[in-house]
Design a protein around this ligand. Structure first.
Ligand code: IPM
Ligand code: MG
Length: 368
């Protein structure tokens, strides 16, 4: 079986970190009996420069046909002033929407070697292992109306709409409960049912799905603002957090920083399985395009490498191979290799390629 993979490096540090994923894929095809057929295309600002749009129909067609999409990052200051629908981020949002990638899995795991790199005390974060399940194709990101109008008195008025249907909430709740079964069997559902009717519906539907299908899972409701506070107060109380698109965006950045650096965390965006068991999937680091260090070979490739690990696990059913990569990363960090974002006194500073060299060497040793 050969997997058909679309690679979308994007902007900023995207191309240099995705290059490291290519090397990692090379290792897996040479050593672990996996075979990939890859193609590459533009997304984000670079696509706008060449085609006048952050995502083209041609690229979307390839994405729809791929077994998995590996995505780098999009955006940069040179595109900040573009009209809204031309912005680099719209390329990513179109991929999410058109591929139906409604479930965004964002694990926040604190590697032991990095517990001192967190802005929180080491005892608060050591051993941290949270999974944020973020709804990704609904809510205020896509709800209509979404517009800016000019009022009679000349003022401008802008509207974004938070919209959820019970179907959208049901399917994301199911994903969260199913994943909780493979972990600590605890789900916290975060919303703002005290002020938002979408929050009221969210809570109602999550409970309905829970009571009917997942009574073995412990379910707790939390208001999203309290969740943000609890994440810095005592993050280890959480196992799985399920939440909407916007709260998930914010809470996952917060959770990422708990682990020391946003440069460490991967993500998977998954759609619904079709009748043949095919599931659209996109894998990306949760950090952005970091224009300030782009092209310098300094970026931490670990989030991107681990995103490929999530691809092995979720798209190819290769949990053992994914676990091997997790172990290699853990070892490399324990051996003291550090990119600038996680550098600590007395450690060995490496760049993007140097970090990958170390990971590949660790994989060689683990597989020997
Ligand atoms: C993320 C990012 C995106 C989002 C941007 C780039 C559109 O912040 O994946 O968390 O807001 O969803
Ligand atoms: Mg974000």
């Amino acid at each position: 079986m050969t997997y058909n993979i679309l690679i979308l490096p994007g902007d900023g540090i995207g191309p240099e970190i995705i290059e490291e994923t290519r090397r990692l894929m090379g290792w897996y095809s040479a050593n672990r009996n996996l075979s990939f057929s890859t193609s590459q295309d533009l997304v984000g600002g670079c696509s706008y420069e060449k085609h006048g749009a952050p995502a083209t129909d041609g690229m979307m067609k390839k994405a729809l046909a791929a077994d998995a999409v590996l995505f780098g990052s999009v955006g940069g200051p040179q595109w900040d002033k573009l009209p809204f629908d031309k912005k680099p981020e719209q390329g990513l949002l179109r991929l999410r929407k058109d591929l139906g990638l409604f479930a965004n899995l964002r694990p926040a795991l604190c590697f032991d070697a990095l517990k001192d790199a967190s802005s929180l005390r080491p005892e608060i974060v050591s051993g941290l292992d949270i999974l944020i399940v973020r709804e990704l194709t609904g809510g205020v990101y896509f709800g209509l109306p979404k517009e800016t109008t000019v009022l009679a008195d000349g003022q401008k008025r802008a509207v974004d709409s938070q919209v959820y249907t019970s179907h959208e909430i049901e399917r994301i709740a199911r994903v969260a409960f199913e994943l909780a079964r493979l972990r600590g069997r605890r789900v916290v559902s975060a919303e703002k049912s005290n002020v938002m009717v979408t929050g009221v519906l969210w809570r109602e539907v999550v409970h309905r799905v829970h009571d009917a299908e997942f009574p073995d899972i412990q379910l707790t409701d939390i208001l999203a603002d309290n969740c943000a506070m609890q994440l810095v107060r005592n993050p280890k109380q959480f196992d799985v957090i399920v939440t909407d698109n916007l709260f998930g965006d914010i809470l996952s950045d917060e959770a990422a920083q708990l682990t020391g650096s946003i440069g460490m965390l991967p993500s998977a965006s998954l759609g619904a399985k079709d009748a043949h068991g095919r599931q659209p999937a996109l894998y990306e680091p949760i950090h952005g395009s970091a224009p300030d260090i782009a092209g310098k070979g300094l970026a931490n490739p670990i989030a991107t490498l681990l995103s490929f690990g999530m691809c092995l696990r979720y798209s190819f059913g290769r949990s053992e191979d994914a676990a091997l990569l997790d172990k290699a990363v853990e070892q490399v960090l324990a051996e003291g290799y550090r990119t600038g974002d996680i550098m600590q006194p007395g450690m060995t500073k490496v760049g993007t390629a140097g970090m990958t060299d170390a990971v590949l060497k660790a994989l060689d040793k683990l597989a020997a």
